[in-house]
Design a protein around this ligand. Sequence first.
Ligand code: NAD
Length: 309
Amino acid sequence: MGAGAVGSTFAYTLALRGLADEIVLLDANRDLAKGQALDMVHGQAFFPSIQIRDGGPSDYADAALIVITAGAKQQPGESRLGLVQRNAVIIQSCMDQILAQNSPAVVLIVSNPVDILTYVAHKRSGWPRGRVIGSGTVLDSARFRHLLSKRCDVDVHNVHAHIMGEHGDSEFAAWSITNLAGMPIEQYCRTCGKCGDKAASLQSIVEEVRHSAYHIIDYKGATWFAVALALTEIAATILRNERGVLTVSAVLDGEYGQKGVCLGVPCIMSVRGVEQVLEVELPPDEQRALAKSADTLREIIGSLDLGPS
Ligand SMILES: NC(=O)c1ccc[n+]([C@@H]2O[C@H](COP(=O)([O-])OP(=O)(O)OC[C@H]3O[C@@H](n4cnc5c(N)ncnc54)[C@H](O)[C@@H]3O)[C@@H](O)[C@H]2O)c1
């Protein structure tokens, strides 16, 4: 749902990977959904066998996965909170359409602010928490792995690293579970010995992750390629029941001492969505960073007018 830059690029990468039997594009702008679907379907000869078309709410009835990238853009003079409020109303109406079709799908929220909108969608649905998830810090973790791989001159696939918390300014690097080639980062750094001031060098990577989206937006107005790939990874682990571990945004129910909020935390994913929130034993500074993210998000959730449920 949402056939703009992110939604259409995701549909395209999903089709290239052959991960679905059928991909249906929906958008409030029906011409856009139709045009995007036609443009893609003309490449059908070069995709794995897959049906691609535009559709309507009745398509939710037998969907396995519904990905929501629908969102309003910030208007001139509009506050961030004003935008959150407008997008919360959009997400609620999307969820109402899905609920009206009795859909069996897992719902993946991508629209920003993703953690807040995931919470809003979960509340609206009344479903088990694992079935409504957000893209969380999966993209941020991919950026972190890429930057660590460049700094350490090691293939990105040998870098295991997670950004946790809010998909936004209060996110943090979970250094305590970062490892390269099976070695905890401190051990790897001692072995490698190439960086001068290690602490400063590593901290600058986290700042770069945090500011990545802003930089890209300065250059081209929005981001869509890497996020589409991150969404395809999430879709793969759900649709193929892979039990992959990804830092999706999940409703916390006491894990990490938090409730009533969604945050990017490592989760085991299956065909049912979040199968298990993995509660990593974080050191005190990382626990504090996670609590700060949770407080920030709860404050915004508390200020929203969500109307009757
Ligand atoms: N979570 C992440 O990591 C991440 C990364 C990048 C972008 N985003 C977010 O994804 C969202 C989409 O970004 P984009 O660049 O594709 O924006 P876009 O403006 O290109 O597309 C948004 C689409 O949503 C549609 N839409 C609006 N209201 C709708 C409704 N009620 N029902 C159906 N469709 C509706 C619009 O017509 C538009 O086509 C934004 O909220 C953006 O901030 C999230």
